[in-house]
Design a protein around this ligand. Structure first.
Ligand code: 5GP
Length: 114
């Protein structure tokens, strides 16, 4: 798998505004925010997308979900709520081939997404 910008952020080779991290995930602010709060949660275990998650222990996805919840708690998003998005593949417009969850919050989010 090609090295991505998220590999470099996790390795500390590229600067990012990290808001939460633990042994399993790194969460940092999106460079092109689509909401007042827009954070990406990336596992330290490398995979391309949710589609590839079946090649890994389910624990990896569990750690991602816990990382999302802990990031949201750290940013005090629980009271008003937040949206979690995993863009997966071409039609979903995934642009970085390293699995990541978007956390979007800080305003009313429309549904369905455009
Ligand atoms: P995707 O479209 O793959 O679901 O989302 C990739 C996200 O990564 C986009 O929202 C984009 O703004 C963000 N992104 C791309 N390059 C960088 C970067 O160098 N730093 C940060 N913090 N975010 C990035």
């Amino acid at each position: 798998m090609e090295e991505t910008i998220f590999d470099k952020i996790i390795a500390g080779d590229t600067q990012a505004d990290i808001v939460f991290q633990n042994d399993h995930v790194v969460a940092f602010r999106d460079i092109n925010p689509q909401a007042p709060v827009h954070v990406l949660v990336v596992p330290r275990t490398r995979m391309k997308s949710i589609a590839e998650s079946t090649s890994h222990s389910p624990e990896v996805m569990g750690h991602i979900i816990h990382g999302i919840a802990e990031t949201a708690r750290t940013l005090e998003l629980e009271e008003n709520g937040y949206r979690v998005v995993f863009n997966t593949g071409r039609d979903a417009m995934q642009t970085v081939p390293y699995i990541h969850a978007h956390i979007l919050a800080g305003r009313k989010l429309g549904w369905p997404p455009g």
